[in-house]
Design a protein around this ligand. Structure first.
Ligand code: NDP
Length: 289
């Protein structure tokens, strides 16, 4: 049986439409327009594209967005000064610091400096703590996007064995946290794998749901999965000939899977939709006092 292709583009479009409607209702009720401030340091072309896409999506949903572009040689204290200014600006509800930052800047120090109420990426330790206790203030964008794809595709997660490949703070760890929580589209038994995991294929073959976030092009092959697995491919990798591929070898894995996300058009659009959702949540939190 051919695998169902989980259409992240269409699911994200539906979500963005709903957020757009909720945003206009919020503006009507409060007179406040949600505002996302994006900070881009340096001139990494991929980062510039990501920020532009996020800004466009904001505008379409009726969310104000402003871009603060800083030189690649910006010092940590200059960046921290900008973050403080944005924290104090009551017109700004969400702050996004686009990663990666240049090597002279301590990423953790900058992310920790973002006000927890404006932390729409859900990177601040206070927000990660709330998330791990099952009472999230914000949703971690990429993992929440993956979870939403599973929910929209009516994938049974309760009691399922979810194997997460990768343990980064941005994707792997929060992904595992979401899936293990009590509640809808969760209640799973979760394994987290990383570069020190022994006999990885033996673990991946046990997955009912496999979520790949390694940053290794086409790493997961058909032999590493069991029949009927649901596969969420978070990876975004560019091959030497300029093609965009995920962390999963699509053809061999799709031949065994019951459902799978494509790259592009899978998880990527969901990350942006969740960022919009978090910006609206931030505006609500700050407007209600
Ligand atoms: P990181 O590089 O921060 O983390 C990668 C993780 O994979 C690490 O935990 C690492 O283990 C593990 N890993 C790497 N190689 C292996 C291996 N051979 N076997 C087992 N584990 C391995 O990446 P991110 O989490 O930031 O991103 C992962 C991917 O997702 C990337 O392709 C990135 O571009 C993409 N991405 C996509 C997004 C989207 O919106 N679609 C958003 C964010 C990321 P260890 O910890 O031991 O080093």
């Amino acid at each position: 049986m051919a695998a169902e292709i989980i259409d992240g583009k269409a699911i994200a479009a539906g979500l963005r439409e709903r957020i757009g409607r909720e945003t206009s209702a919020f503006v009507e009720q409060t007179g406040v327009t949600p505002h996302l401030a994006a900070v881009l340091v340096g001139d990494d072309p991929a980062s510039a594209v990501y920020v532009r896409n996020k800004q466009r999506a904001c505008e379409k949903a009726g969310i104000k967005s402003t871009l603060h572009r800083l030189d690649a040689a910006t010092s940590q204290s200059e960046l921290l000064l900008l973050v403080t200014r944005l924290n104090e600006d009551s017109d700004v509800h969400g702050i996004l610091v686009q990663l990666p930052l240049p090597s002279q800047i301590d990423e953790t120090a900058v992310l920790d400096a973002v006000s927890p109420l404006k932390d729409v990426d859900c990177f601040h330790p206070e927000n990660v703590g709330l998330l791990s206790q099952g009472r999230p203030r914000f949703q971690p964008c990429t993992p929440a996007g993956c979870q939403h794809l599973l929910a929209e595709s009516a994938v049974q997660t309760e009691g399922a064995h979810v194997v997460v490949l990768g343990r980064s703070e941005i994707v792997g760890k929060p992904m595992a946290l979401l899936m293990v929580q009590k509640g809808k589209a969760a209640n799973a038994t979760v394994s987290i794998c990383h570069s020190r995991t022994r006999d990885l294929p033996n673990v991946t073959r046990q997955a009912d749901i496999l979520i790949a976030a390694l940053g290794r092009p086409e790493f997961v092959t058909g032999e590493m999965v069991k029949d009927g697995v649901v596969v969420i491919d978070v990876g975004i990798n560019r091959t030497e000939d300029g093609k965009l591929v995920g962390d999963v070898e699509f053809t061999s894995v799709a031949a065994k899977a019951s459902a799978i996300t494509p790259v592009p058009g899978g998880v990527g659009p969901m990350t942006i939709a969740m960022l919009l959702q978090n910006t609206l949540t931030a505006a609500r939190l700050q407007t209600s006092g």
